[in-house]
Design a protein around this ligand. Structure first.
Ligand SMILES: [Zn+2]
Length: 61
């Protein structure tokens, strides 16, 4: 008698859960790269990243 083995498919990776604050656009910004020169805008740009959801933004100084 042959036995049928059933393999469970790995569960799809869920995106990191966002906190309610992040969903409401209240991110916890942390400076990742200070004073990066953006040639397109010709200005110094500080790159900030949210500690909770990983979203990034550029801040012009
Ligand atoms: Zn966030």
């Amino acid at each position: 008698m042959s036995k049928i083995l059933e393999f469970k498919r790995p569960a799809p990776k869920k995106p990191a859960r966002q906190s309610a604050l992040c969903r409401n656009n209240h991110h916890k910004w942390k400076v990742v790269k200070d004073n990066q020169f953006d040639t397109r805008q010709g200005k110094l740009v500080t790159v900030e990243q949210c500690e909770r959801c990983g979203k990034r933004r550029n801040v012009l100084r």
